[in-house]
Design a protein around this ligand. Structure first.
Ligand code: XIL
Length: 331
């Protein structure tokens, strides 16, 4: 496999790790982040609750710190995220109780134009809409999250119209950014990605500037790995879209009484990471491969998935695991 121009990224929580960055005296964490990755995704710093804490207040402090770090180290930035059911500020949750669709549209339009406009020219890919479909096993099956997502809820009569406009507003604010749909359990061909494939066709038919489809890549050794990821990427690429692995990590179930994963688990973890990277390398339209943090010291996994951990490519001391070596070997 010949190397090609593929952005290799990590998520980083700028508020924790990059505010106060001094290029002359980087922390060890910052050295690894600058040395190993060509792309950064703000783990939390561009989410609604971070940048838009009150109706008339925007705060870009930690997001700007990430942009400055990326610039200093010649890295690209993936924007994340503009429309999501999670990590919305309390004022959105409260106000949305009485929103009409016009109310929701006005709030979303202001947010997207302001946030995307603030970072105009600094961001190569934006996750415009994140996790907008529920899973097959959720109550009601695969369908747009018109209950959990306050914007889709207010516009439940025409959610696709709202989504199309969200992409249009983002595109007007920064015509150079490639605009993505992004979700988990969206690696292989399944009911959820079938729904995304249909939605992508609808959005494109409506003339919306959809530019990419992102598979988050949050895997777990508790479940099998669907090897149809390359075929899935190929069908989105055939629509003229970019594709990306946006949030890769591979969780390992903790065994009772054990203090670390077994060599077998670590080897399977490496295979899964590499399988996602291979799918990306094999599809020309795949533009970026991002891991959701590079060290177990700062992974979101133990806090959110009780009984699972060790999900990243290096341990708590930043020592590379077999997964790290496997990815490097494929690049
Ligand atoms: C996670 C962050 O890693 C955590 O720090 C935060 O507490 C919750 O969100 N899918 C996404 C990401 O799109 O934004 C989520 O990030 C992980 C799942």
């Amino acid at each position: 496999q010949a190397p090609r121009d593929l952005a290799i990224g990590s998520a980083v929580w700028a508020q924790q790790h990059l505010v106060g960055y001094d290029a002359a005296a980087p922390t060890e964490f910052q050295e690894v982040l600058a040395g190993q990755f060509s792309s950064l995704t703000p783990e939390n710093d561009m989410k609604w609750d971070a940048v838009h804490p009150a109706p008339d207040v925007y705060d870009f402090t930690s997001a700007d710190a990430l942009i400055a770090f990326a610039k200093a180290n010649h890295q690209q930035v993936r924007g994340h995220t503009l429309l999501w059911h999670s990590q919305n500020p309390a004022w959105v949750t409260a106000a949305s109780a009485t929103w009409t669709c016009d109310d929701a549209r006005a709030v979303l339009e202001d947010h997207i134009r302001t946030v995307v406009g603030h970072f105009k020219g600094e961001i190569y890919e934006w996750d415009v809409a994140n996790e907008i479909f529920q899973d097959e096993w959720d109550n009601g099956g695969v369908k747009l999250r018109t209950t959990a997502n306050p914007f889709l809820k207010a516009c439940a009569a025409d959610p696709v119209g709202l989504l199309a406009d969200a992409f249009r507003w983002a595109h007007e604010a920064d015509p150079d950014a490639v605009l993505f749909l992004n979700d988990y359990n969206a690696e292989g061909i399944n009911a959820k990605t079938d729904a995304y494939y249909a939605l992508a066709q609808q959005l494109l038919a409506a003339g919306a500037p959809l530019g990419g489809f992102g598979a988050q890549g949050h895997l777990s050794l508790l479940y099998g790995f669907d090897t149809s990821i390359q075929a899935n990427f190929e069908r989105f690429a055939a629509l003229g879209l970019k594709v990306a692995v946006t949030e890769a990590d591979v969780r390992i179930p903790l065994q009772a009484g054990e203090t670390g994963p077994t060599p077998e688990q670590v080897a399977v973890q490496a295979e899964r990471y590499d399988a996602m990277l291979q799918a990306c390398l094999n599809v020309t339209a795949c533009s970026s491969f991002t891991v959701w943090g590079f060290s177990d010291a700062y992974s979101w996994v133990p806090g959110v998935f009780p009984g699972e951990g060790w999900a990243t490519i290096s341990d708590e001391e930043f020592t590379p695991k077999p997964a790290f070596d496997a990815l490097l070997g494929s690049l």
